[in-house]
Design a protein around this ligand. Structure first.
Ligand SMILES: Nc1ncnc2c1ncn2[C@@H]1O[C@H](COP(=O)(O)OP(=O)(O)OP(=O)(O)O)[C@@H](O)[C@H]1O
Length: 257
């Protein structure tokens, strides 16, 4: 069943003097529990598309349907994870992970216990009374994941959540986030500059071209690969083949700009 449907979406940014067409005629569908990635040259409209899916920007043309309803700004079905963790430095880790629940009036004993057990599962229950500055970048992103999952969103939007991390931490977090989302049967849309990350984590990869952003190609990650975890995928031969194909396509798109 289509869980997320993006239908004929175009978006133009207007200012007093100029207009920029960021997206042109984008259509795609995502089933419940699927993980898709959006890649493409810088400025092709990836973040704009994610903001439209989140309901933060209304597209100039087209519709976004999430779980059978048109998307709107205050929807509680979407959770966002960004490159920066945006944890509040003056709040403890425990206060930070309860924040979304508090803001949406969902903070109860039951949701507190559930969120703390998620923190434990992710290996961070020992830091709940510490402050973000006392944690490493990777630990803070794990906390950000717990905070995002605390409100139980059905759709996770991930905007380059690992790009500020060192390589080792990034691989570990890809694995952790992927397995956690699969365990809770979440649907996810990842924006990334990293082809390897897109292959390691996604069922499908949408390659956008620039000026304005359009869907240039869709790559389906082979079923045999999807039986494996992200770390295992990165070590497989098929991964290298797919990586080379996507790399060449991306390079040819960048050459056209
Ligand atoms: N608020 C805005 N006002 C005007 N133009 C904008 C605005 N935000 C983005 N744009 C333009 O829209 C286009 C798409 O931008 P967007 O940030 O969505 O691309 P992106 O693929 O996420 O880029 P990057 O990979 O560099 O992060 C670009 O030409 C950008 O300059």
């Amino acid at each position: 069943m289509n869980f997320l449907t993006i239908q004929d979406v175009s978006h133009v940014y207007f200012s007093k003097q100029t207009s920029t067409t960021a997206l042109h005629d984008i259509s795609l569908t995502v089933n419940e529990g699927e993980f898709i990635s959006i890649i493409g040259p810088s400025g092709c409209g990836k973040t704009t598309l994610l903001s439209i899916i989140a309901g933060l920007i209304k597209p100039t043309v087209g519709t976004v349907i999430l779980d059978n309803e048109p998307i709107h700004m205050k929807n509680k079905k979407t959770g966002y994870m960004l490159q920066q963790d945006y944890l509040f430095p003056w709040k403890t880790i425990e206060e930070n992970i309860f924040l979304g629940l508090k803001l949406t009036n969902q903070l109860t004993n039951k949701t507190k216990i559930k969120t703390l057990s998620l923190l434990k599962k992710i290996g961070l229950s020992n830091v709940k009374d510490q402050y973000p500055s006392q944690l490493s970048g990777g630990m803070r992103q794990r906390v950000a994941l717990v905070r995002t999952l605390a409100t139980d969103p059905k759709l996770l939007l991930l905007d380059e959540p690992f790009s500020a991390l060192d390589y080792q931490t990034k691989l570990t977090l890809e694995e952790l986030v992927y397995l956690t989302l699969k365990q809770f049967h979440k649907t996810a849309v990842l924006v990334t500059h990293d082809i390897g990350e897109a292959i390691a984590m996604s069922d499908r990869i949408y390659l956008l071209s620039k000026g304005p952003g359009k869907v240039a190609q869709v790559f389906t990650v082979p079923k045999e690969l999807r039986q494996l975890s992200p770390l295992e995928i990165r070590n497989s031969e098929q991964y290298n083949e797919l990586f080379t194909i996507i790399w060449k396509e991306l390079e040819s798109l960048e050459g056209k700009n």
